[in-house]
Design a binder for this molecule. Structure first.
Ligand SMILES: [Cu+2]
Length: 186
């Protein structure tokens, strides 16, 4: 929906710019009149900039109070998963009490629930890492930074069962390319 609105606004902006350019082209006059027209156009430009600035200022005032956005999400997560990145692997554990602990299959692979809102609480034990969740077809689904001394919250709902891969998205040393893990959703 947001993408649709952004596209619509861009289209309106482009059409407006074309109309203005066509109007300017139609105003071709001898040099004497050019000065006057220039003044007029600069006036229009000034009002255009001022109106844009006021729209942005209003949007800013109304949306700044929602930061950080994850705290304003109405859906409370069904499951909180703690993720710790360190050179060079990922550790998953349950952030909730023991009764809610993370399921694993017989091979020790983590199993996360389907259609449930999961909050990944991501941090790092050493340097900055990038926590990226990939679909089995190679698409990046969600990502956040894993930073020492700071917990980043990544909320995601898996609507497709299958195997997902976690890759490090921040170069973090010699074995950075080895820093990956997998989990299942079912
Ligand atoms: Cu890395």
């Amino acid at each position: 929906m947001v993408v649709w609105y952004a596209g619509f606004i861009t289209l309106i902006g482009a059409i407006t710019a074309i109309i203005i350019m066509m109007w300017i082209a139609s105003q071709h006059r001898p040099k004497k009149q050019a000065k006057e027209i220039k003044k007029k156009i600069y006036g229009v430009r000034l009002w255009y900039i001022l109106s844009l600035l006021s729209v942005f200022a209003i949007l800013l005032i109304f949306t700044l109070s929602f930061l950080p956005y994850y705290q304003n999400q109405k859906k409370t997560p069904d499951l909180a998963v703690s993720v710790i990145g360190r050179m060079w692997d990922w550790q998953f554990s349950s952030s909730d009490n023991a009764s809610n602990s993370i399921k694993r299959d017989s091979n020790g692979t983590i199993i996360l629930p389907l259609h449930k809102t999961i909050e990944f609480q991501v941090t790092s034990k050493d340097v900055n890492h990038g926590f990226g969740i990939y679909h089995s077809d190679g698409h990046l689904l969600a990502q956040t930074q894993a930073m020492p001394g700071y917990i980043n919250r990544l909320v995601y709902t898996f609507d497709e069962p299958g195997e997902y891969t976690v890759l490090c998205l921040e170069y973090c040393g010699l074995a950075h390319h080895m820093m990956h893990t997998r989990f299942k959703v079912e």
